[in-house]
Each structure stands twice: as C-alpha cells, then as structure tokens.
Design a protein around this ligand. Structure first.
Ligand SMILES: Nc1ncnc2c1ncn2[C@@H]1O[C@H](COP(=O)(O)OP(=O)(O)OP(=O)(O)O)[C@@H](O)[C@H]1O
Ligand SMILES: [Mg+2]
Length: 357
C-alpha cells in the first residue's frame, strides 16, 4: 500500500531523488496503520472461520443426538405397543378361560342332572307302558263281567253291581283313564327329550372334539334348553334351509346359539318373534338369529363384542356372552355379522366354513 502512496507523492512532487523525512515518516505511519488493520481483519476472519466451524460441529452433534433420541423414542413406542398387545392377549385369554370355565361347569351340571334324571325317567316311561297294558286288560275283564251281568240270578247282587257302576261312572273312567295315560306318556316323552337335549348340549361324551354335525339339531337342542327363558317373550319361527353337516365343535357352537337366543329374548320388551334361519353359500353355511327387539344403539355397535360390555343391569348380564361367541366362531374360522335397527330389531348371522382346512 505504501508503495502506491509513495509513487503518487513522488509524482506530485515532480519525482525528487529523496523524499522529505516528514513525508517518508507519514508514508511509513500510513503503511503501518494499513498493515495493522490487515492483521486485525485477518485475525477476525480467522476467528470467524473458527467459530463457524465450531458451530457446524455443534450442529452436527445436535443433529446426531436428535436422531439418536428419535430412534430411542421409536424403540420405546414399539415396546409399549408390544406390551399393550400382550396385555390385550392376556386379557382375552383370561376372559376366555373365565367363560369356558363357566360353560364347562354349566355343561357338567347339565350332564349330571341329565344322568340323574335319566334313570327314573327310564323306568317311569317303561312302567307307564306296562300300566297301560294292564289297564286295557282290566277294562277288557270288566267288559266281560258287564256282558255276564244278565246271567246273574241274584237280584240283590245285580242291583249292588249296578249301583257301584253308576257311582264309579265306568264309562267316564274308561275315557279319562286313556286321556290321563296319553298325557302322562306325552309328559314323560318330553322330559326324555329334554334330558337328551341336555346331554347333547353338554356333549359330555364328545366334548371339545372336531366332528361333523348338523347345526339344525344343535339349534333344536339349544332351543329346548333356553325355551323357558324365551317362551314368555317370543314366538320362535324356524326357517331352516338345507345345510350339510359341518366340521365343528358342536357343543361350543351350541353355546354361541344359546347366547344369541338369550340375547334376542332379552332384547324383546313385551312380546315379539325370534326367527332362526339356516342356509348355505358356497363353502360356507350360515345361521341367522333374528329378533324384533329394541335393537342396538349405533354407539354401542363397536363395543358389543368387547368382554364385559353390557347394557344389562348388574346381575343380569356379565357382558361375556358375545365375546365368548366371537372367540368360538373365530376358532372355527368363521365370522359373525350384525345388523340392527333401533326399535325394529337385530339379526346376528354366524358364518361357518363347511370344513376346517
Ligand atoms: N339381540 C340383541 N339386541 C339388542 N342388543 C343386544 C343383542 N345382543 C347383544 N346386545 C347388546 O350387546 C351387549 C353384550 O352382549 P353379551 O351377550 O356379550 O353380554 P350380556 O348379554 O349383556 O351378558 P351375558 O351374555 O354375559 O349374560 C348386551 O348387553 C346388549 O346391550
Ligand atoms: Mg348375552
């Protein structure tokens, strides 16, 4: 810098051989000022460089730290999700256990009762048959005596006989005895069917075994068991379509039908109809349980299969019926569909594959 200034000054002074000492000193001072400014600038530039490099380094560090933290966060979230799923699974397993224990004890009770009743019912039934025959024989004998009446010589004996006949009203006795016998036989036959249904229902002999079964007979035996709960509320209409036997755990499916039928009856306030339909589509069969009850509120629709969800008063419902049914149908690789309209009624459709592959 000072050379430029010196040249200009020399040119200005007409190129003298030497510069006056004050001017030379001035040029040196200017030069020194410039040099020190340059050094300052360099220093500032260098420290700025250093600072910016430091900042870049810190930034990169921060970025790494952030990424690390995000990774840790994600791992934690994943772990939490896994735990949530595990808890859900545990809860489901626990509920399933509770319910199957309940069902198993009902089944055991049913099988026990059926077994106990079976014996006395057996001999009452067979005794009734014998009794009927004896009564017939006795009446035959009385007929013969009646025919022989005319041949009795003693008028006193004859009038006593006639009096006794009038008092007994033999004619009425004959017809009424027959009616009583028929009614008793009818009753006993019904009890026999109920016992058989109880046995079928609990499937004490073949519990938890995959077999081919006709769902319609399962529906019938289940219906006879829950009939008591239903009959005061609803007329049951059966519209069974042709279905093949399907591979299933029959006693468990009966539990599904039982729960759907009881739910249907509970949904009916005054009096209504429960319609049971069966049908087949492709490789699947379906069972409909339709009621003309209250229907399901839309906001409840998502929850009805949740364990412990119930809208029934305490003591009336545990809220496990549908969740158990769902589990059983799932085990069969089937599905349950629901259609409901508040105030009109509800239809549950159970789809089941014909074969378990
Ligand atoms: N056919 C139906 N009509 C109207 N609501 C129904 C019907 N079926 C089920 N629900 C509703 O779904 C709820 C859950 O049914 P779920 O069978 O699981 O339990 P619950 O019947 O209340 O009790 P539980 O069956 O254990 O005795 C019922 O409380 C009811 O609100
Ligand atoms: Mg229920």
């Amino acid at each position: 810098m000072h050379r430029l200034l010196e040249r200009q000054i020399r040119r200005f002074l007409g190129e003298p051989a030497t510069l006056p000492p004050e001017l030379a000193a001035f040029i040196a001072a200017v030069d020194e000022a410039y040099n020190s400014a340059d050094a300052d600038r360099l220093l500032i530039e260098r420290s700025l460089d250093l600072m910016s490099k430091e900042l870049t380094d810190t930034n990169a560090g921060l970025r790494n730290e952030l990424a690390e933290r995000q990774r840790a966060d994600m791992a934690l979230q994943k772990k939490q999700e896994e735990q949530r799923l595990l808890i859900g699974k545990l809860e489901a397993a626990h509920n399933q256990l509770l319910q199957s224990e309940k069902m198993a004890s009902i089944g055991q009770l049913a099988a026990g009762v059926a077994h106990e009743i079976n014996n006395p019912i057996g001999y009452v039934y067979s005794n009734l048959g014998t009794l009927e025959k004896y009564v017939q024989d006795t009446f035959g004998m009385i007929d013969l005596y009646e025919q022989a009446e005319g041949a009795i010589a003693d008028p006193e004996v004859r009038s006593r006989l006639q009096e006794a006949k009038k008092k007994l009203d033999i004619a009425f006795l004959k017809t009424d005895l027959r009616a009583l016998m028929d009614e008793s036989k009818d009753g006993i036959t019904r009890v026999k069917t109920i016992v058989q249904n109880l046995k079928d229902f609990s499937h004490a002999d073949t519990s938890d075994e995959w077999n081919f079964a006709d769902l319609r007979s399962g529906l019938d035996s289940t219906l006879s068991i829950v009939n008591n709960e239903i009959k005061y509320k609803a007329d049951v209409v059966k519209q069974y379509g042709e279905i093949p036997e399907i591979e299933c755990l029959a006693s468990q499916l009966n539990q599904v039908f039982m729960n759907l039928l009881v739910n249907a009856a509970h949904a009916i306030k005054e009096r209504g109809t429960i319609t049971i339909r069966t049908g087949r589509e492709g490789d699947e069969v379906w069972v409909d349980i339709a009621d003309t009850g209250d229907g399901i509120a839309p906001e409840h629709m998502q929850k009805i299969f949740d364990p412990f969800f119930t809208t029934k008063p305490i003591g009336k419902g545990t809220g496990l019926g549908l969740s158990l049914s769902y589990g059983i149908v799932e085990k069969h690789h089937g599905r349950i569909e629901v259609q409901s309209e508040v105030g009109k009624g509800t239809t549950f459709r159970v789809w089941l594959p014909m074969k378990q592959s």
